[in-house]
Ligand binder design. Sequence first.
Ligand SMILES: [Zn+2]
Length: 111
Amino acid sequence: MPIYEYKCRDCGRLTSVFVRSIGSEVDATCRHCGGSKLSRAISGFAYHKSEATILQEYGSEPKRVEDYRDPRQIGRWVERRFKEMGEELPDQTRKMIDAAREGELPPPLTD
Ligand SMILES: [Zn+2]
């Protein structure tokens, strides 16, 4: 399922929005402040990049040093995020989480 990222004009934070298909209407609401003034944060359709962005975003969320040392934490945040959004975890994300739990972190974004 494609993911679009939107930037909130009220609080300036990013919200990932799942869309059923490319080109379908998206009724996006900021998950941070509930604002509705969102603009597309990335141009075009970047499914893979969004997947990596989610992992990266949630991989850097914890404030405790111990959390950085435990790659299994990455998967928990992603799983929780998808659960909150009521979405199934995409196979690709599932594989990235499994890899992370083996101690293999996702490759850095190159573009
Ligand atoms: Zn906001």
